[in-house]
Design a protein around this ligand. Sequence first.
Ligand code: CUA
Length: 337
Amino acid sequence: MSAEHGYLPDIQEGLKFFPEQASSYAGELDLFFIGLVVVCGFMTLLVFGLIVFFSYRYHADRQKPREKLPSAKSSHRIELSVLGAMFVIFMGIFAWSTHLYLDIYRGPEAAMTINVVGKQWMWKVQHPEGVREINTLHVPVGETVELRLTSEDVIHSFYVPDFRVKHDAVPGTYRKVWFEATKPGEYRLFCAEYCGSYHSRMRGKIVAMQPADYERWLGDQGEQVAPEVQGASLFRSYGCSGCHLGKSDVRAPSLAGVYGRPVPLASGGTVMADEAYLRDSILQPQKHVVAGFAPIMPSYSGQISEGEILQIIAYLKSLQPEDQALNPAAMTQGDAP
Ligand code: CUA
């Protein structure tokens, strides 16, 4: 049960009031948190102070003059000013928190997107260059790192206290979360959503490095195959190319340049071909049937891992509309409107 096993945080760290501030927005979030504590603390003290004061001053045994009540007009004034002050304070909190939330939610343009898949009970990571890690994530300091979070099984939560990052990894969805590490070092990673027997062991670390060290680290990982290249070979090995690529007799929509475009549906209307759409089309092909095509595609649910889906999506995103790798004839072959 010692720190050696890594199950218990060491006591000293547990006693610190705040975790280290190691990301660009950690300070701002802490300031907001302190602001809330101060406002709530002040209100609590005020209310309890007045209760104590009045119960002493107007205790039944004490002969205090009670006939001099404030006039209706001045008590209205008191009520209005209390209401007004509350309104200003709470709208202030609302404005501050919304501003902060939107800043963090939208985030700046990301320098890189790293895929993170939660799985009972580990975090599987793949860098854009192809490097994979388990329960460890190396990132460069001073760059905006975006994570594309998903889960292979149940809901997990990616939690890095020192970065003030906590975001659910939900099966069937892609969630984005970003951070910018400000100091090199190692930071604890936890799963913050109860996800089964070994939830407490689902932990790891973030290693923040100077950009040059990060580049060197990437280089040291040996020859890597980029996710889109891995995706291209999966596209063939799972047989996707049999229908979605040239020469095939089976009619299936061309996938060149599909990403980021509206797709007309057989049911009428269109759907935007984003990452979620591509994922759904692999696992639940009947959900969005493309106009002009029969619903004949089989589901790959249960046969393909989340990591592989991400690689196939990376491949499809890399295809340009004029890409000759995919069937140009499919565009004209169908009787699609
Ligand atoms: Cu994964 Cu808790």
